[in-house]
Design a protein around this ligand. Structure first.
Ligand SMILES: *Cc1c(COP(=O)(O)O)cnc(C)c1O
Length: 232
């Protein structure tokens, strides 16, 4: 049995401890509960235990599940995204973490334009340079951001990464450092309409290390809701 409230309390304490270790204010870190494959009832249960932010990875699942969640949760889209599905997210998600190409950004701006709103996005960076992973190559990031920044109905809020998996969080730490350094480099360019306030990094196995390295958004699924049956 998974005790969602107890898991949330434990994770929030671990975030606080990681912040204390490096002298950060825990208020700078948002816990995003990754609820993909998990039913609406578990989202409600987490909300009633004080969890406000939820992350989803699959557009179709989000479309089906979002209307079933009555509590005023804040949705984040964190998964791979095809341009033709952006319309199903329009106005419903507070942030899209997984933007890695101009064409996708253009469609997000186009869709949010239809409701006269601005979409908050993060640029996903392929820090491990893995062939299997989406995300912009670190070397291409600055020029991608330069090309996306002028789009009218978008705001670039920061960076996201999904580093190579390791059971040892210390093996992942260099990738978190790399994402933070990239964000500092981009910030120096002073590109209009670009803020580097958010760093979305860290999952169930390594979120504490990510917080030590500057994460402002940690995306935690398994440690809150238990193992997922479907492979991701
Ligand atoms: C599934 C997923 C997570 C959460 O992973 P856990 O190991 O279950 O915490 C985080 N980020 C992304 C992009 C995901 O797809």
């Amino acid at each position: 049995m998974n005790n969602i409230p107890a898991n949330l309390e434990r994770i929030n304490n671990q975030i606080k401890n990681a912040c204390q270790k490096v002298g950060r204010n825990p208020k700078e870190v948002k816990l995003i509960a990754v609820s993909k494959i998990k039913p609406a009832e578990q989202i409600e249960e987490a909300f009633h235990a004080g969890q406000k932010y939820f992350g989803e990875s699959y557009v179709q699942e989000f479309r089906d599940k979002q209307p079933l969640v009555e509590s005023p949760v804040e949705w984040h889209f964190i998964g791979g995204l095809q341009s033709n599905k952006v319309k199903y997210l329009r106005g419903k998600v507070a942030m899209i973490h997984s933007v890695d190409r101009l064409s996708l950004a253009g469609e997000i701006s186009n869709q949010w334009g239809k409701i006269d709103q601005v979409a908050n996005i993060l640029l996903q960076v392929n820090v491990g340079d893995e062939l299997s992973k989406s995300g912009c190559a670190p070397d291409d990031l600055a020029s991608l951001i330069q090309s996306i920044a002028p789009l009218p109905n978008l705001k670039i809020c920061g960076l996201m990464c999904l580093p190579p998996h390791s059971d040892d969080p210390e093996q992942v730490r260099p990738y978190f450092k790399q994402l933070r350094q990239l964000s500092q480099q981009i910030e120096k360019l002073q590109i209009p309409n670009v803020e580097m306030t958010e760093l979305s990094m860290g999952m169930s196995g390594d979120f504490a290390v990510a917080v030590e390295e500057g994460a402002t958004l940690v995306r935690v699924g398994t440690a809150i809701f238990g193992a997922r049956i479907k492979k991701v």
